[in-house]
Each structure stands twice: as structure tokens, then as C-alpha cells.
Design a protein around this ligand. Structure first.
Ligand SMILES: O=C(O)C1=C[C@@H](OP(=O)(O)O)[C@@H](O)[C@H](O)C1
Ligand SMILES: C=C(OP(=O)(O)O)C(=O)O
Length: 747
């Protein structure tokens, strides 16, 4: 309970069934304080509640109205009207009314009942609904843990009293619930879809089968599927009758949507349309997995669903070892591109080594939203049923790209050439990142794009535009901008030419070629002609050198370290981190160099070495752009000063990476000096401390590595986004001997 709210002297539960009983029992068990009264029409329920210790005292409604400071109405929805008719005049006699709340599964109907009795919604009444239940009913089934880690929806009105709301929130928090607030209308729509419709289907399926088979013979054979699907048909019939009467319109609307969906599937089954079935089943399968991980909460999902944020805190204990052989997850840049080109290709594309991180999963989901059938991912394997360059369908809503700058910038190019309008959105971090770098050149090509304030997301892209090739000089060295324009170039008339001020990663060019789409390169210019086609094939995504970088530095700075990183992509436009570390004195050897699907790959052997500070060569900056956070940690462990210049791009990544790293290093006692386009880091011993990753995955991982040589533990806040690029980071750190503990707390 929050410290401001005083627990009431007397809490009353009116309606002592399973739901009300669980509230009473939970409050008593959690030490809510004061007396807990039970009130029910059925004297045997009350007697049982008393015998079981669920309540302290049985009470009439008159006693409740006189004594209670908090009243929970846990009666069926259609009985609320009747209870209020008796309760309201009794409460009117009190000087200050108690706080009243309810637990009904439909809210509009309850509000109507309140208004009918009281004339308007009183400020002391807070409507609520715990999303928890069980098939058993009656106080004997009361479970004090029923609400723990379950969602509790409150639907306060504009004039609900803040004190009343705070008390009801405190009660649910005491019971372990997780609170959400929304409007009455939204609640009823959401619940119609997520709860009422599935119950309706379960009741109906069991009833239909039971009627067909009077001796219920069929149920003897009913296996897991039937059992799982129909479990909820065992729920309380009276409660559910009330819910369907109470939420009639929203339920009918949900049922209409469902019938349309069933009709589509029926048609596919009738026509033997395997492709359509696969589409429906893979989308459903994915949605189901996604839903299951929702409660585990990554920030991607939390911000999309406007859920209570959690702070994932890393506690990296000082010291540790770095040894063994590991394979870090698949390359993020290539994973995004494999889905994009696979979806736009003709024929199937199978991908291995796909990064199952949130950024690339957001890209995958966006194509599903545009009608592309994608099987997997399962252990890095994905099969994409390409629809061709003109086969995408208009998505039903905005495409949500989470934390991913690459996603948003590459999508803007390929969507500028589609026949339909789209909107691209992202999380809080992505919503602050500059998008004019793609919107401006795309407009030169004839695209129509609106950005949010200051050239930030969301991006609204108008479809049906005729694009034409341009000759574009990029003002910054950005592979995302280059890739965006090359993708748009496939839809443009004539040739699109992009000149880069310094070489940047060339995965788009390589992969386009691999899909049979010609791209030419003369010096600093990459060019493409519109009107070609992509043909699907196989893609092997190597391990991501940007993820390997954390372990390259970890091993380099840790005495005795000896580590092999397997199957890492060593594309020359990505190996700045190796070049820079070697120049600092690192002991890094490439083993078994080979080419896999058009990309060079090697196992990387790295051992501890004494590092020394250097002036980082400017031509290496774009080739190591994502690796600087952890390179600064290498610098903190080197003899002398390491100087970085020409890296202003670091200021517009998931965080301002120059400032975020400088602040964290300073907190540990590492001397540094910040410049507009870089930083000086002075090597030397440093301590532990608290740092904020600012929700930036690479800052979080960099400070985890720093702990290997710190004299105290490093605590890092806001680390959920590590899952965007490196979902098994924690497991791999443990595997090599680092000492990372992950804690999750409600923010
Ligand atoms: O094209 C890509 O896949 C990427 C390009 C780089 O961004 P910029 O193009 O902004 O430099 C990099 O920081 C990002 O992580 C991935
Ligand atoms: C900058 C990065 O990614 P993005 O731009 O795709 O968000 C990164 O992964 O470091």
C-alpha cells in the first residue's frame, strides 16, 4: 500500500461468493488492517465464510452502511441495481460517505444502474474489474492469492474523488494486483473480445456437442484440445447470463468479427487453400506466443500496450571470468533485411540464424500485418512466403516498429512506393529520433510523407505516388538512409544513385544482389534501377558482430580471459571494432574465415591483452558506429587517453550515446571529457556505482562489461531494451563466467 493511504477501520464485502470471498481472504492474509465484514443473502455462505476465517464478522446491509469505510460490491452485475437501491438511502444518512467499488465484468451497465439510483456518478464510487476468476464458485472456493499478478482495471470518471481512487488502488495493490485505468466504454469493448467472446464460444461448443451426443459418449474421447478450449464452459452460468445481457452490443460486435473470420477459414478449408490456412495459423500461432510473453514484459510490448512499465535492473558484480566458446545471436541489420527482401520476393525464402530480438520481430510482425505469410521464427529459422514487389496489402492500423531506427527508416523507403497509405510508429525512444534524413530525400523522389513535430515519428506515408530516381549526396554516413533510398529505388522510374561521404555497412546491396536484383557500385556511389524483381532463396544470418563486440572487449580487459566467438559476420564494413581494438593492443585472431551466402564469416579468438589509448581513426567511425559504448569501456581499461572525434551520429541513436556513456563513466570515477562530436576517455582504475542506461540496450550491455574490472558492483537501470538486439545476453554472460543478476521491479 502506498504510504499516503490509510487502511480503513472497516472494509465490507457485499456478496460473499468466490470473487468477494477471495478479496476478503486476501486482505486479511495480507494484513490490510481493520475489520473485514461479509454480507450476503445466503446465510450459509456467510456462516461458511466465518468458519473459514475469510471474514471477521457477518453483517446486514444496514450494518455495512453504518460501519464500513470501504465497501466492495461483489454481487452479480444485474443485482447491483437492487443492492444500490437499498444501500444508497442508508449511505445518505452518513456524514461522510464511505468509498464504494465493484468488481463487475461489464461496466457500462453498472454505471447506468448507479446513475439510475443516485442521479449521477458519485465521487466516492470507483468502478473496477479484476481480470481473474476461476471456474469454481462460492466462498468455499475463496483464494487469497487469486488477484496476485492479475490485471485490475479501474474505470474512474472525471469527477471520481482522487482519495477514493487512491484507496481502491491501495486495496488492489495489497492483494497483489496490477492496476490499469481506462474508460468504461473501452473496458467493455476490450472485455467483449478478450473474455466474453471466448466464453460464449466455449459454452456454445460444449452445448452443441452435448446435444448431438445425448449419452455424452463423445466426451470420453475428448482429448487435450477439447479440454483446453472448453475449460471456461465450467464457469458460473448466472454470472455469464448477466454479462451477456449487460454487454450485449459489444459482444454482438465481437461476434460479427469472429463470424467473418470463421467464414474466411471455412472458405479456405472448403477450397483446400493451404496457403490461406497457413497464413491464418502462423499469424495466430505467433500472436499466441507473443501474448504469452506479454506478462513477462519487455519494454517493446509494454509501451505498445500502454502497460505498467517495469524497471529491469542489472546488478553486475565486480570481477568475473571470460572463457569458453559461445555464439551470439544473429545479425540485426541482416535479420531486418532478410524479412524485408524475403517478403517482397517472388517465391519462398528460408532464413537461418534470424535474430529473435524485438527490433527484427517488429519488422516481421509489420509484414504479417501487410498480409505476408511468415512461418516461424523457431530457433532462428523463418520461412517467408514472398508476395512480390507489388503484393503487400494495406495494414489495418499503424505499423509499430518498437525501438528500431533501422526498421522505421528502411520501411519508409519501401512503403513510399506502395499503392496504399501507411503510418509508422515506435516507442518513446524511437519517437525522438530524426526522420527527416529519410523523409527529405524520399520527397525528392516524389514521395508524400508527413512527419511528426520536428521531423520525428510518426511517419504518415501516402500511397499511390509515382517515384522517380534521384542522384543524392547523403549529408551523413548512414547505412539506414542509403538502404531506404535503394529500397525506394526499386519502385522508382529510372536510376536512383546514393553517394555516401564514407563507407557504411553494405548488407542491403549484398542481399539485393543475392535476391537477383542488380545494384551497382562505383566509388562512393551505390545505384539501382526501378522495375526489377526479387527472387526468394536461402539466407544464413551470421552472428552479429555488434553483439560479439561486448565479449571482444570483455575478454580483452579481463586477465586470464580466453574466448571463441563462433560464426561471426566480418563484413569489411562492420569490422571497425576489431580494427580499433587491435590498434589498442588487443589479441584478436580470426579463425576459419569463410563466405556464407555472400557475407564473410569467421570464428573469433580473443584473449586478454594490455590495452593502450589511441586516437581513433576517423575512417573507422562509421564501421564501428554501434560499438562505441563498449569501446569506451575498453578505453577506460587502457593505459592513457583514447580520443574519438567525428562521431556526432552517436548523439541520435537510442540515446545520446556520448552523454549517456560519459555520465555513467563519471559515476564510476572514469575521467572523461565530452565534445560535441566525440569524447576523450582516460584509462585507469575505477569503482562501482549506479548508472542509467536510459533505455539504450548498448549502454546497458557496455556497463555490464565494465564491471569485470570495477572495484565495486555496477547497478544499471532501465535495461529491458537489451531484448531488442540481444535477447539471451544474461545467459551468455553467465556462461562465460561474468556475474550478472537481473532484477525486475515495477517502475
Ligand atoms: O543499416 C543498419 O542496419 C544500421 C545502420 C546504422 O545506423 P545509421 O544508418 O543511422 O548509421 C546502425 O547504427 C544501426 O544499428 C543499423
Ligand atoms: C542504433 C541502433 O539501432 P537502430 O538505429 O536500428 O535503432 C543500434 O542497434 O545500436
Amino acid at each position: 500500500m502506498t504510504s499516503k493511504v490509510q487502511a480503513p477501520r472497516c472494509t465490507a464485502v457485499v456478496g460473499l461468493g468466490m470473487i468477494g470471498g477471495s478479496i476478503a481472504a486476501g486482505l486479511k492474509q495480507a494484513g490490510w488492517g481493520g475489520e473485514v465484514l461479509g454480507c450476503d443473502l445466503d446465510p450459509s455462505e456467510l456462516a461458511q465464510g466465518l468458519a473459514l476465517g475469510v471474514i471477521d464478522r457477518q453483517a446486514s446491509l444496514e450494518t455495512v452502511a453504518r460501519d464500513a469505510d470501504l465497501i466492495v460490491l461483489a454481487v452479480p452485475v444485474l443485482s447491483i441495481h437492487r443492492v444500490l437501491e437499498r444501500l444508497a438511502p442508508l449511505l445518505a444518512k452518513r456524514q461522510s460517505p464511505p468509498v464504494v467499488t465493484d468488481v463487475g465484468s461489464v461496466k457500462r451497465r453498472v454505471r447506468e444502474a448507479v446513475v439510475a439510483v443516485c442521479g449521477s456518478m458519485p465521487g466516492w464510487l470507483v468502478l473496477g474489474h479484476p481480470i481473474a476468476g476461476a471456474e469454481r464458485s462460492g466462498v468455499a472456493a475463496a483464494n487469497p492469492a487469486l488477484y496476485r499478478q492479475h490485471r485490475i482495471i479501474l474505470t474512474p470518471e472525471a469527477d471520481t474523488s482522487p482519495e477514493a481512487l487512491a484507496l481502491v488502488r491501495a486495496m488492489w495493490q495489497k492483494l497483489g494486483g496490477e492496476l490499469l485505468e481506462m474508460s468504461v466504454e473501452r473496458h467493455d469493448e476490450v472485455l467483449a473480445r478478450t473474455s466474453h467472446l471466448p466464453h460464449l464460444l466455449a459454452f456454445s461448443l460444449v452445448d452443441t456437442l452435448a446435444l448431438q451426443d445425448e449419452r455424452l459418449e463423445i466426451f470420453r474421447y475428448a482429448a487435450g484440445g477439447f479440454r483446453d478450449f472448453t475449460r471456461i464452459a465450467g464457469s458460473d452460468p448466472v454470472m455469464w447470463r448477466d454479462i451477456f445481457i449487460g454487454n450485449r452490443d459489444a459482444v454482438l460486435h465481437a461476434l460479427d468479427e469472429f463470424e467473418a473470420g470463421v467464414a474466411r477459414l471455412r472458405h479456405a478449408v472448403e477450397a483446400g487453400d493451404g496457403e490461406e490456412m497457413l497464413g491464418i495459423f502462423t499469424r495466430a500461432n505467433h500472436a499466441r506466443h507473443y501474448f504469452q510473453t506479454l506478462l513477462n514484459q519487455s519494454s517493446y510490448q509494454a509501451s505498445y500496450h500502454h502497460m505498467e512499465q517495469r524497471n529491469v535492473r542489472y546488478r553486475a558484480a565486480a570481477g568475473g571470468r571470460v572463457e569458453g566458446r559461445i555464439r551470439v545471436p544473429g545479425d540485426k541489420s541482416m535479420s531486418h533485411r532478410s524479412i524485408m527482401l524475403g517478403a517482397l520476393a517472388e517465391g519462398e525464402t528460408s532464413v537461418e540464424g534470424f535474430l529473435e530480438g524485438e527490433d527484427s520481430l517488429a519488422t516481421l510482425q509489420a509484414f504479417r500485418d501487410m498480409g505476408v505469410v511468415i512461418e516461424g521464427p523457431e530457433q532462428g529459422r523463418v520461412r517467408i512466403h514472398g508476395v512480390g514487389l507489388h503484393g503487400l496489402r494495406k495494414p489495418a492500423g499503424p505499423l509499430y516498429l518498437g525501438n528500431s531506427g533501422t526498421g522505421m527508416r528502411l520501411f519508409s523507403g519501401l512503403l513510399a512506393g506502395q499503392a496504399f497509405d501507411t503510418e509508422l510508429t515506435g516507442d518513446a525512444s524511437l519517437s525522438k529520433r530524426p526522420m527527416n534524413r529519410v523523409a527529405d530525400p524520399l520527397r525528392l523522389m516524389g514521395a508524400v510523407i508527413e512527419t511528426g513535430d520536428g521531423g520525428r515519428p510518426p511517419l504518415r506515408i501516402k500511397g499511390g505516388q509515382r517515384l522517380h530516381g534521384v542522384d543524392y549526396d547523403m549529408p551523413m554516413a548512414s547505412a539506414q538512409v542509403k538502404s531506404c533510398l535503394l529500397l525506394a529505388g526499386m519502385y522508382a522510374e529510372g536510376e536512383t544513385r546514393v553517394r555516401e561521404p564514407a563507407p557504411t555497412r553494405d548488407h542491403t546491396e549484398r542481399m539485393l544482389q543475392g535476391f537477383g536484383y542488380p545494384v551497382s557500385r562505383e566509388g562512393a556511389v551505390a545505384s539501382i534501377r526501378g522495375g526489377g524483381r526479387l527472387s526468394g532463396g536461402k539466407i544464413d544470418v551470421p552472428a552479429d558482430i555488434s553483439s560479439a563486440a561486448f565479449f571482444l572487449v570483455a575478454a580483452s580487459i579481463t586477465p586470464g580471459a580466453d574466448l571463441v566467438l563462433e560464426h561471426v559476420g566480418i563484413n569489411p564494413t562492420r569490422i571497425g571494432v576489431i580494427n580499433i581494438l587491435r590498434e589498442m593492443g588487443a589479441d584478436i585472431t580470426l579463425l576459419d574465415e569463410r563466405e556464407v551466402g555472400g557475407e564473410p564469416v569467421a570464428d573469433i579468438h580473443v584473449r586478454h591483452a594490455e590495452l593502450h589509448g589511441i586516437d581513433i581513426p576517423q575512417d573507422q567511425v562509421p564501421l564501428a558506429i554501434d560499438e562505441f559504448p563498449v569501446l569506451f569501456v575498453a578505453a577506460a581499461n587502457a593505459q592513457g587517453t583514447t580520443r574519438l572525434r567525428g562521431a556526432e551520429e552517436l548523439r541520435v541513436k537510442e540515446s545520446d550515446r556520448i552523454q549517456a556513456m560519459a555520465d555513467g563513466l563519471t559515476a564510476l570515477g572514469v575521467v572523461n571529457r565530452v565534445l560535441e562530436d566525440g569524447i576523450d576517455v582516460v584509462g585507469g582504475p575505477y569503482g562501482g556505482g549506479s548508472v542509467d542506461s536510459l533505455g539504450d540496450h548498448r549502454i546497458a550491455m557496455a556497463f555490464t562489461v565494465a564491471a569485470l574490472r570495477a572495484t565495486g558492483d555496477i547497478v544499471i537501470d532501465d535495461c529491458a531494451n537489451v531484448a531488442t538486439s540481444f535477447p539471451n545476453f544474461e545467459a551468455l554472460t553467465k556462461q562465460v563466467g561474468m556475474r550478472l543478476q537481473v532484477e525486475v521491479e515495477r517502475a
